[in-house]
Design a protein around this ligand. Sequence first.
Ligand code: HEM
Length: 369
Amino acid sequence: ASAYDFHGSHQAGITTPVQDHLHFASFDMMAGADRDDLITLLQDWSYAAARITQGLDVSATGAVGGSPQAPPDDTGEALGLAASGLTITFGFGPALFEKDGVDRFGIAARRPAELERLPAFLGDDLDPGASDGDLCIQACADDPQVAVHAVRNLTRIAFGRARLRWSQLGFGRTSRTTQVQQTPRNLFGFKDGTANILADDTEALDEHVWVGAQDEPAWMAGGSYLVARKIAMLIETWDRVQLAEQETIVGRTKGTGAPLSGGDEFTEPDFSGDAMPETSHVRLAHPDFNGGNRILRRGYNYVDGNNTLGRLDAGLFFLSFQRSPSQFVQLQRALSTDVMNEYLRHVGSGLWAVPPGVTAGSYIGEGLF
Ligand code: HEM
């Protein structure tokens, strides 16, 4: 099992080979928390994240090395488990910079101009209990217990300064970020992640994913913007749709994932004839029809039990990283005529600024203060 360094020029968990499991968490700062509380929280989180990503306990005394008369520093459920490819990726939401006109932490002047709540999109049906948040943590690992241990302990460390607002478990990655990873499938049964931006495509990453050195604000250079959308999928309805119709909606075959214009999975779609339906998801989202716009997708399937009608409460926890939030906004608007929308319901949403990576001894977001 692999261990990824928490330190680096970019945060881990973006181009890192997509792991199998996700625990995503959104936090709000507590009423009355001040600038020092925020800074010490980010320092404590960085310290713990650097350790747990190496398969260590959150502190040196950890789960069983401390006083028998005190609650242990670490909750212990990851004892004996490997690092399991754990990555922890932190993000700062718009409200962290300014909430109801109040600059709680003295950072309003440093808010990236583009870091605003995403606009409302056609068909949005958002639950505030699955949207937004001052801070976010994306924990990905190949063992679900390791991802949950991370969020549980980071939540515990935040005690008195920030509290969990909502969180989401995900399984079965719906993308790939390296050439060697097989393309997985989403809950519609289609390969997902075929045309993603991959880790070795530094040119595309610099153009579409990383905030550049010339971009504003300077403290975000090497960072990115994270969009989360909880998209419920009406899978029972989808499952009654004819195979040919499903493929028309996506624009690719269900078996191999090849574009309907022919070839294999990695053949570029040919939009010159009429093989690629006008309203197919792939055509609407393709860079050729979006001014060259691309994003790095890193979402997960979810199943949150079922409803009283016996239908699975399931869908895609869509996660994407982009150099500017406007890239997501443009694509999401382009998808307003997507026939797939008949089978989707966007129920959660959030946007966070993902600061650049940190060097050992420093802490996440240090450049902001
Ligand atoms: C491609 C499914 C939502 C953007 C694809 C593909 C599938 C798929 C099967 C083709 C394989 C691939 O290249 O990955 C879904 C499902 C969604 C969803 C089931 C919702 C539950 C979204 C959203 C966006 C998006 C919200 C962005 C706003 C893209 C892009 C591509 C793509 C950019 C690649 C297009 C290309 O360059 O060929 N999606 N998608 N998708 N999707 Fe989605």
